[in-house]
Design a protein around this ligand. Structure first.
Ligand code: ADP
Ligand code: ZN
Ligand code: ZN
Length: 734
């Protein structure tokens, strides 16, 4: 009889599980989903037991090593999540060890005990109780804490205070030092149920229809695409559904594309749901993530709000999944294990018999097609809720105009008018820094990155030239390195320059810039959004960080400073992205009772995409784009995978990819097309040459049949050892 072994997933780039002999001491109960410490080479690693089985008879017993230690007395990962991860391994053809890692928060991956920590509770001290908000006028964050604790009337656990924004603990400690608040360690209960202050708005007819339609499918798998224009009240639909799920004692998982969107949503949920709410995203520390993960698994949180990685949060009584802004590319992980959280949410819903709601004002073409083919239930909210009207959208022809910092006369006049009326305006420019090009006016030299095929961006505040692709940075040269001329100039503009130009022009309105440079420090993003929401800042400048989901009721003017950037994209998904971005940014205008206006600056005002979008809206654009994709045979009418490789030597990359293509073509069935190798869109990045092979298939089975055998074969190639390579199934950027 052959030996029983445990198959263990270990963080390793190899596409296989590893067999170990069970530990010496007897073990009772199921072992799949427990963590173990195992010898691996000369190291000891933490792995996750996937299954038990029989040892491969070809493997001499002497080569089998034994599990060193069992870390859990019961499975730490529930069986349903293990199943989701194993499905992902076979779909993405990624090494199981790296996939299964995603099932656990970092603290547990390292082997720490799967128990929750004690938690600090905060309340006002005697002195704090006698304070009025005016006493803290110069410390707005302390003021918020004061208000929160006054409202609570007693002690609150740290988990309940997360929505105070990043860095609130530091502010709290300062208040503790001043004797205004008192902290105390208590055993953890993660979160208290919020006490809703509003019972929800009265839903309009469309919202009601959507809620009813979805509610009749709450007991099994179903998928619903909620297509609602910005401000149409999608969030109210989510809330109504969540109330029903919560009343059944089940949990809701809500995924959003970006951390920045979580505080606003958390607040709204807290105001209207009787629920214990938990957050899960990369901005939290390891301990917080571990605690939320465990509490979600144990059913001690009712609503979980998270980013992409939260699709792997275990739930004890799952009832509903919601993906807000489902079209957002941030749901796709772009390195390592390249999964789509949206697609995995669907798989999870099917496996666990759950309803899932995909919401967006600008659904992805994939989801729209699924809805049209009847695989998803399509629900529409075509009008804004309440009194808000759709914004008026116009293009501004930049040809032949003198611009000031990239701004046309029309846009400046409109800014003046809206700001003078006491409203807010938002200028969108998807390019951070001061200027994208530094050029010598004498000889034409431009500052290029030495490690990438890209220009370096001039950052004036820092006095540096930065590469946005590899992080390479150097001080601004005083003179041209080629001809020693000091006549260095810039071309184009980024958000930093816009901020400078506009602060001079509108000194009294409060200009706030939101991009990756201004929000790097903890708490900055929140502080800036808060200033905008409270009207202390009335002119907002931002990159796409500012385009998503934020709600500023006094915002009446939106200006797109450079629409051409997106219109000129070469990627087949370029038009879709651009249409989504324009529609989303435009949707920030006029969400309250005041009407909104949108100006789109362009040098191609008659571009078909712009014309379709302005005349027919996103729906008309999507119809046209789906027809084009169909004719060109691109997704969602075909399926793609991308094999990428990079190395310091171009020859190494080509040698590997050519070998890959030869073998791939030999193995591929008729329905498959292998294209390449071709250089990546930016061939050199961070000092490495990059190239790729695209695999296109009409039907998924043929694609996966190839990848299943091809991937392990590639892994064994000698030429593979000289490159970094990866497979991307359903890539979103080519
Ligand atoms: P979305 O999520 O689609 O962008 P929201 O749910 O945020 O839209 O709603 C936009 C605004 O309209 C919010 O201020 C919300 O309170 C309000 N609203 C939503 N539904 C209704 C309704 N039925 N009646 C009145 N106001 C509503
Ligand atoms: Zn020069
Ligand atoms: Zn670079």
């Amino acid at each position: 009889m052959s030996e029983t072994v445990w198959r263990v997933a270990i963080p390793s780039p190899l596409r296989r599980l590893f067999d170990y002999l069970p530990p010496d001491t007897p073990v009772s109960g199921p072992v799949a989903g427990r963590r173990v410490r195992v010898p691996f080479g000369s190291r000891q690693l933490v792995g996750l037991v996937v299954e038990t089985g029989e040892a491969d008879p070809a493997m001499p017993r002497s080569r089998l090593r034994r599990i060193s230690r069992l870390l859990d007395e019961a499975p730490v990962v529930p069986a349903d999540m293990l199943r989701l991860a194993l499905w992902s391994v076979s779909y993405y053809h990624h090494p199981p060890g790296e996939v299964l890692e995603h099932l656990l928060p970092v603290a547990l991956r390292r082997g720490e005990a799967a128990t929750r920590s004690a938690e600090r509770w905060w309340q006002l001290s005697e002195e704090g109780r006698h304070l009025s908000p005016g006493d803290l006028a110069r410390a707005p964050r302390q003021q918020r804490i004061l208000a929160r604790l006054q409202q609570a009337g007693g002690a609150l656990p740290a988990a309940e205070l997360q929505d105070l924004g990043e860095g609130w603990q530091g502010v709290m400690r300062r208040m503790e030092e001043k004797g205004l608040v008192a902290g105390e360690e208590r055993g953890l209960t993660v979160a208290l149920p919020s006490e809703p202050v509003d019972g929800g708005v009265a839903l309009n007819e469309r919202q009601q229809t959507a809620v009813e339609a979805i509610s009749s499918h709450l007991d099994g798998f179903s998928c619903h695409l909620l297509e609602g224009v910005t401000g149409s009240g999608k969030t109210e639909v989510y809330l109504a559904l969540m109330r029903r799920i919560l009343a059944q004692g089940r949990q809701c998982l809500v995924l959003v594309p970006e951390i920045a969107l979580t505080p606003q949503l958390t607040q709204r949920f807290r105001d209207s749901l009787p629920a214990r709410i938990g957050l899960y995203h990369s901005g939290m520390n390891e301990r917080e993530r571990r605690d939320t993960w465990l509490a979600a698994r144990d059913g001690e949180l009712d609503v979980l709000i998270g980013t992409r990685s939260a699709v792997f949060l275990p739930l004890k009584h799952p009832g509903l999944m919601i993906l807000d802004e489902e079209h957002d590319p941030a749901f796709k992980q772009q390195d390592g294990f390249r999964y789509s959280a949206r697609d995995l949410a669907l798989v999870r819903a099917r496996q666990q018999a759950l309803p899932v709601v995909l919401g967006s004002a600008t659904p992805s073409l994939e989801s729209l097609r699924n809805a049209r083919d009847g695989r998803y239930q399509a629900l529409a909210l075509p009008k804004r809720a309440g009194k808000a009207k759709p914004p008026l959208i116009r293009t501004v022809d930049l040809r032949g105009q003198d611009l000031d910092g990239g701004l046309s006369g029309q846009l400046l006049t409109a800014l003046d008018r809206h700001l003078r009326a006491g409203n807010q305006a938002l200028l969108f420019l998807n390019r951070r820094g001061y200027a994208p090009v530094l050029i010598c006016n004498q000889c034409g030299w431009t500052a290029d990155c030495s490690r990438c095929d890209a220009r370096m961006t001039y950052h004036r505040g820092r006095g540096s030239l930065d590469c946005h692709h590899c992080g390479n940075s150097r001080r601004l040269p005083r003179a041209c390195p080629e001809c020693a001329s000091e006549k260095l100039g810039v071309a184009g503009q980024g958000t930093e320059k816009l901020e400078q130009v506009l602060s001079r022009r509108f000194p009294d309105v409060g200009v706030v810039r939101i991009d990756r440079d201004t929000t790097r420090r903890r708490g900055e993003m929140d502080a800036r959004l808060q200033a905008a929401r409270e009207g202390r800042a009335r002119l907002l400048i931002g990159t796409q960080m500012l385009a998503k989901g934020h709600d500023f009721p006094d915002l009446t003017l939106v200006g797109l400073v450079d629409a051409d950037q997106g219109l000129m994209s070469a990627d087949f998904r370029g038009p879709e992205r651009t249409a989504q971005l324009i529609t989303q940014v435009a949707g920030r205008a006029g969400r309250g009772e005041k009407p909104g206006e949108v100006l789109i600056q362009t040098r191609v005002p008659d571009h078909p995409l712009l014309e379709t979008l302005i005349q027919g809206g996103y729906g008309a654009f999507a119809d046209a784009a789906l027809r084009e994709r169909n004719e060109a045979g691109f997704p969602p009418y075909s399926h793609l995978a991308l094999l990428r490789a990079e190395a310091h030597q171009r020859e190494a990359v080509n040698a590997f990819l050519e070998e890959a293509v030869d073998e791939g073509s030999r193995r591929a069935s008729q329905e498959l097309l292998l294209m390449g190798p071709v250089p990546a869109p930016m061939e050199r990045r961070a000092g490495r040459y990059r190239a790729q092979v695209l695999i296109q298939a009409e039907a998924r089975p043929a694609l996966h049949a190839l990848l299943r055998d091809w991937a392990p074969w590639l892994e064994g190639l000698k030429s593979a050892r000289k490159v970094r390579w990866s497979l991307d199934v359903d890539p979103i950027d080519l």
